[in-house]
Design a protein around this ligand. Structure first.
Ligand code: MV4
Length: 487
């Protein structure tokens, strides 16, 4: 049991965790770097401690500083959020050894899922469909390698066992490239992850990225909370996510969801987690498991009505889940647009000060953000400044609300990806649903050059200073003015 939680993260997720703790009546301790000293959420915590300089290695990644802050604040648990140390088994081990609760799965599960070969083995043992491949470290002998790749059938993909999330992979189209590709991937993996182990899989050419959210307690209950589609991405950075994954037979999703819950029971998984699949030709293939809370968790919250972060903290406290699989119903559709402080054409981060900030609102609109007017976007961290989430009875309803929400949103002083999202929400392929992981990058190659499409609900009339709201023609405007005068 614990009643004081140290939040070992920053930005919108620190605020999201703070809110969950408040909702549970828990005390909050926020740690911050020198760059985040003035952030508003820091002031909202019961206690705040500076843990170092802006560079992540000196603060949010500094394990000793975090443990010292936990001790100084008499915290009894640490929530790692996402990124930073959230999936670091050595950190979780140190947290546990210090007598604190790591809000996440056990160290053993973190280690298994951190090693992508071990993860695939564990999942195959649990009856999970995996991408066909050779799920072991590759042999050194060239003839053996050729035989393995030929057996799988080209194209194949070489992946680093210590990688994940798109880092350390290489596609190979024929035997002539194989040996060199393996050697290159090994070298990169050695440098990036301090682990040269690589493995090989059949390369799927046009999959979708579909994931299943799970929630498990320490008493043997493991539940799945529906699907998400995260196929709309650029360079392995997700841009828009939605729940549920559109256009897939609900029976097929339920079957894979039940498999995920069963796999959790089998490996003794506790906490929240996400099973990542490639979905192609009506079939699911497991690729990896994320052992943390994810950026896109709100879309699942919207369709299930479950506060995933509160539940994550409850199960970490040792509580039993108070509901069963039969209680979980997916209702409606949710979409999330990640608003980044980036140039919408070049994707270059644009740190700086927010001089104007108008978040959208209304029915079915949720904004998860830590920023406001005057906020300084730091160059040291991820450029995401807000998540815009809309919910509707159907996918079309959720998309219509998102268009409206995007048209209301104002970000000034820095560049943002709002304009990009407005364009994507009017792109027929995305609007139809079910695009593959290459769709966005393909579309970016050919999209119209206009960085800021006309905003549908606001028009400025030259420099007269008059702004007409809506699509009013002359007569309509006069009528509307008359109606105003009559009031
Ligand atoms: C693949 C693949 C095709 N075939 N594996 C990239 C992220 C990492 N989680 C796994 N990734 C991929 N693995 C096989 N066998 C294509 C990708 C991939 C991808 C996957 C999900 C979302 C976006 C992606 C973008 C490029 C490649």
């Amino acid at each position: 049991m614990f009643d004081r939680v140290l939040i070992a993260n920053r930005g919108e997720i620190a605020l999201r965790i703070l809110r969950a703790c408040r909702g549970l009546g828990l005390q909050t301790v926020v740690v911050y770097s020198e760059a985040d000293r003035d952030a508003d959420y820091v002031r909202q915590a019961d206690m705040a401690l500076c843990i170092g300089r802006a560079e992540p290695a000196d603060s949010y990644m500094n394990q000793s500083a975090l443990l010292l802050a936990a001790k100084a604040s008499r915290s009894q648990a640490i929530h790692p959020g996402y990124g930073f140390l959230s999936e670091n088994a050595d950190f979780a081990e140190r947290v546990t050894a210090a007598g604190l609760v790591f809000i996440g799965p056990d160290v053993a599960c973190l280690r298994t899922m951190g090693d992508k070969i071990a993860a695939k083995h564990a999942m195959r043992d649990a009856g999970m469909p995996c991408v066909p491949g050779f799920d072991n470290a590759l042999p050194a002998d060239a003839a053996e390698l050729d035989a393995i790749a030929a057996g799988i059938g080209y194209p194949v993909i070489i992946k680093a066992a210590g990688g994940g999330g798109g880092r350390g992979m290489r596609v190979v189209h024929g035997g002539a490239e194989l040996a060199a590709a393996i050697e290159l991937t090994r070298e990169e993996a050695r440098r990036a992850f301090n682990n040269a182990t690589v493995y090989i899989e059949k390369y799927l050419s046009h999959p979708r990225h579909v994931e299943i959210q799970v929630l498990c307690d320490r008493h043997g209950s493991a539940l799945w909370l529906g699907s998400r589609d995260c196929s709309l991405q650029r360079r392995h950075q997700k841009v828009i996510e939605e729940a549920p994954a559109p256009g897939i037979d609900p029976g097929l999703i339920a079957a894979i969801g039940r498999r995920c819950a069963e796999a959790c029971r089998q490996i003794g998984y506790c906490g929240v987690g996400t099973f990542e699949f490639l979905y192609q030709d009506q079939a699911f293939f497991f690729i990896e498991m994320n052992t943390r809370l994810q950026v896109e968790h709100p879309v699942t919250e919207m369709i299930t009505g479950i506060d995933i972060v509160q539940q994550q903290i409850r199960v970490a406290r040792g509580e039993k889940l108070s509901f069963t699989q039969a209680d979980i119903r997916s209702r409606g559709h949710a979409v999330e647009c990640r608003i980044n402080a980036e140039n919408p054409l070049t994707f270059m981060p644009t740190p700086g000060r927010l001089t104007h900030w108008q978040p959208p609102g209304g029915m079915g609109v949720r904004v998860d953000t830590h920023v406001g007017v005057g906020y300084r976007v730091s160059p040291y961290y991820d450029s995401m400044i807000a998540k815009l989430i809309t919910f509707g009875a159907s996918r079309d309803d959720a998309l219509a609300r998102m268009r409206q929400a995007l048209s209301e949103t104002r970000v000034e002083g820095i560049d943002s990806t709002v304009a990009l999202h407005r364009q994507i929400l009017s792109e027929p392929g995305f609007c139809a649903g079910g695009v593959d992981i290459h769709h966005l990058e393909r579309w970016l190659e050919t999209r119209p050059a206009s960085p800021e499409p006309v905003e549908p609900h606001r028009r400025s009339y030259g420099d007269s200073g008059i702004t007409a709201i809506g699509e009013l023609d002359g007569a309509g405007a006069a009528q509307s003015a008359g109606a105003d005068a009559a009031r």
